[in-house]
Design a binder for this molecule. Structure first.
Ligand SMILES: Cc1ncc(COP(=O)(O)O)c(C=O)c1O
Length: 459
């Protein structure tokens, strides 16, 4: 049995491209069901974060599998430039109804980065078609993450990648994201958010409002901010700034959409700060369907269709099998009341994490909502001092968790500039017993991690 795939002479698994420094060999998983994976040796791992917040119904969900298989047998593919398909129509209508007024039209692609690209393309094409040709600038928050294509990497506020971008990708303009755990001494959450909102206003004015196309934000912090939740006042402030300057507000809900934070969409937390464009992926396909979506107002889409049209088409647009899978995901969530389950289990998860934080001094912060929590690891809770990146703390944590049979989404972002955290985001149908099991394995992993770090030199 070949476990060392990263060093195979030819071929290799995806991780053969990853940095070798300090990387443990990943388990070769061969089976998955519910919240569990099994590797070739029969060891089980709980998927504590649905991979990167993807498998929102757990693994091997029969309803979704059946829906996709039945669709594939009936109609496997239809190119959107030459034919329409029913699952496309049904899913667009379903999502538009769920999202409500202002999101009547939906474009589907094969994942998050592609859906995000589509939002940028759409915003730009709309500006060009409506005589606002100067609007080319994208503003994003620093730090943030919006995808791994060249354009979406360019708008992901991660200065640690500047050597890659330089002279190669178009970089967005950034303003500081509110980072409540990393406030200046004496600064309140409200003051930090007000400064961030003021920086946005100043940035747009400095660039010239007529040149700014869109503000792209993850409404609740993704992997680069570890689940921090802004206040309604901040969300209202950025909404008002965009409206005042004719800037399109895009919510990247690739993680937070489809029930992850409690409601179906995170935007429902702030009803008076709705975006103009909503981008979804990950949970929408439940890990089985490779699908992403961009939702936009009929007023914009229909006007653009009259003017120039918007015809940047990908071959896998509105794939009938992927759309059928996403419809089954939504059926399951709605018919089984999984949003209520996610909120109830989320409260248990949060309580358990806070209890763990009281026992494990390395936990600096627990934040999030719904079934989406970030746990920040620090060297010193009193000062919030981070562990040095040279120790590769998140990799160590991931490996300690794997040793205890738990998978968590943990990676260093922004070169560790803003700290280190891992994400817990079990499926929306997780049970109370499974939450307890996750917490139990996590506690053992954290104790192992604390012992490992304590035995290491400071840097
Ligand atoms: C907030 C956010 N936007 C965009 C993406 C890119 O999505 P995908 O990996 O499906 O291309 C991700 C992926 O992690 C994400 O977290």
């Amino acid at each position: 049995m070949d476990q060392g795939t990263a060093t195979s002479a030819i071929g290799g698994t995806a991780d053969c491209f990853y940095s070798r420094a300090g990387t443990a060999i990943l388990p070769m998983v061969v089976r998955a069901e519910g919240i569990r994976f099994w590797d070739e040796a029969g060891k089980d791992y709980i998927d504590g974060s649905c991979g990167p917040m993807v498998s929102c119904l757990g693994h091997g969900h029969a309803r979704v599998i059946e829906a996709m298989a039945a669709q594939a047998r009936r109609l496997d593919y239809a190119f959107t430039l030459v034919a329409r398909n029913r699952p496309n129509a049904a899913l667009a209508e379903r999502l538009a109804r769920l999202a409500g007024p202002g999101f009547e039209r939906v474009a589907f692609g094969s994942g998050g980065s592609e859906a995000m690209e589509r939002a940028l393309q759409f915003a730009r094409q709309y500006a060009v078609a409506t005589g606002q040709d100067k609007r080319t600038r994208i503003v994003t928050l620093e730090p943030s993450y919006h995808g791994a294509t060249i354009a979406t990497l360019g708008i992901s506020g991660d200065q640690s990648q500047s050597a890659f971008y330089r002279g190669f990708a178009t970089i967005s303009e950034t303003v500081p994201a509110p980072m409540p755990y990393r406030r200046a001494p004496g600064q309140s959450v409200q003051a930090q958010e007000a400064a961030s909102a003021a920086a946005l206003e100043a940035k747009i004015r400095a660039l010239g409002p007529e040149t700014v196309l869109a503000l792209v934000v993850e409404p609740i912090g993704g992997i680069t901010r570890g689940g921090n939740v802004p206040t309604a006042a901040y969300m209202r402030a950025i909404r008002e700034t965009c409206t005042r300057h004719g800037v399109i507000l895009v919510f990247d809900e690739i993680i937070t959409g489809i029930g992850r934070t409690g409601p179906m969409f995170a935007m429902e937390h702030w009803p008076d700060a709705r975006p103009d464009i909503l981008v979804l992926a990950k949970g929408l396909g439940g890990g089985l369907a490779a699908i992403g979506a961009m939702l936009a107002p009929a007023a914009m889409v229909d006007r653009l269709a009259e003017l120039t049209g918007f015809e940047f088409v990908y071959s896998y647009n509105a794939h009938p099998v992927a759309c059928a899978g996403a419809l089954a995901v939504l059926d399951e969530i709605e018919e089984r009341g999984l949003l209520a389950n996610a909120r109830a289990r989320g409260r248990e998860l949060e309580a358990g994490l806070r209890a763990l934080a009281a026992k494990v001094p390395l936990i600096g912060d627990v934040r999030g909502c719904g079934l989406y929590y970030g746990v920040e690891i620090v060297r010193d809770r009193a000062t919030g001092e981070s562990l040095p990146q040279a120790l590769r703390p998140m990799e160590k944590m991931r490996n300690q968790a794997l040793a205890q049979g738990l998978m968590v989404y943990a990676r260093a972002t922004s070169g560790g500039k803003y700290g280190n955290w891992f994400m817990l985001a079990p499926p929306l149908n997780v049970t109370a017993t499974e939450i307890a099991e996750i917490l139990d394995r996590l506690e053992r992993a954290l104790r192992g991690f604390a012992a490992e770090v304590a035995g290491l030199p400071a840097a």
